[in-house]
Write a protein that binds this ligand. Structure first.
Ligand code: B12
Length: 215
């Protein structure tokens, strides 16, 4: 079943994907298994784009299919209220970057793990990130960067937090296709993880160790 979902995602068979996902839910597959199958299909779509088999409209279709899946009732996740949450994450895709599929996957896993997630969306400027940090008082800022332009803007965001004297009151996790371990020092972040599950694991570890001092 999960392989069939992956194949249908790769073939961009929108209706079939939705039908198979609903069937998989009925058969007892977990949300994590389903999202991983879809993610693996999206990775293949990415390779097909790179080797020229797919074009930009195919990429857009892949994004639409993923959004539709997250709208399926039993895969839809409610935010955890601040009272019941294990911590607060401010999430965004950084400036000049409109890719949000990886961010949405991170959000799903963070919600499933009990975090309160404030999603600022895509193409978020460093200044907006600073303002929202002051307003929302998160424990953690999680930034997705898919475009290679991302490191520069993530560094700008970090530097703004430093210049306002609030950088040490929040943890910063960075992730996404263009991001890597070496970027952590350049950006001034606390951690990079390639994988969303690892990333949410790191967030949990930070909270268990006392989180960050609130702003
Ligand atoms: C789908 C897609 C699109 C869709 C996006 C739809 C959407 N709603 O997001 C659309 C069509 C809109 C699009 C547009 C463009 N795209 Co595009 N796109 C892709 C594609 C095929 C897949 C990206 C994707 O969603 N993958 C699936 C998700 C699940 O993977 P992911 O994003 O990497 O996320 C995973 C991890 O990185 C990580 N992660 C992600 N975020 C976070 C955050 C945290 C905190 C953590 C811990 C982990 C984490 O976890 C996720 C799950 O494993 C990639 C190719 C590829 N191989 O990835 C190109 C790609 C990213 N796009 C690219 C380009 C060039 C563009 C365009 C400029 C194309 C154009 N000519 O207009 C525009 C960009 C405009 C902009 N300013 O952003 C390039 C980027 C090149 C670069 N060096 O920066 C790529 C690499 C393709 C290529 N090889 O050329 N794209």
């Amino acid at each position: 079943m999960l392989d069939a979902i992956k194949t249908a995602v790769v073939k961009l068979e929108e209706k079939k994907v939705i039908k198979l996902v609903k069937y998989a839910i009925k058969k007892g597959n977990t949300q994590r298994e389903i999202i991983e199958a879809v993610q693996s299909g999206l990775d293949t779509v990415g390779y097909y784009y790179e080797d020229g088999r797919y074009g930009v409209t195919d990429l857009m279709m892949a994004g639409i299919i993923f959004e539709e899946i997250l709208e399926i009732e039993s895969l839809k996740l409610q935010n955890n209220t601040p009272e019941e949450a294990i911590g607060k994450i401010l999430l965004c895709t950084i400036e000049y970057d409109v890719h949000d599929i990886g961010k949405s996957i991170f959000k799903s896993i963070a919600l499933m793990s009990g975090f309160d997630v404030i999603d600022l969306g895509i193409d978020v400027s460093p200044i907006v990130l600073l303002e929202e940090t002051i307003k929302q008082k998160p424990d953690i800022i999680a930034i997705s960067s898919i475009m290679s332009t991302g490191a520069k803007h993530m560094k700008e965001a970090n530097d703004l937090l430093v210049s306002r004297g609030i950088r040490d009151q929040v943890k910063i996790l960075i992730g996404g296709l263009s991001t890597h371990n070496e970027a952590v020092d350049y950006v001034g972040a606390d951690m990079f993880t390639k994988n969303v599950y690892e990333g949410v694991g790191v967030c949990k570890m930070w909270m268990e160790r006392g989180g960050s001092n609130k702003l």
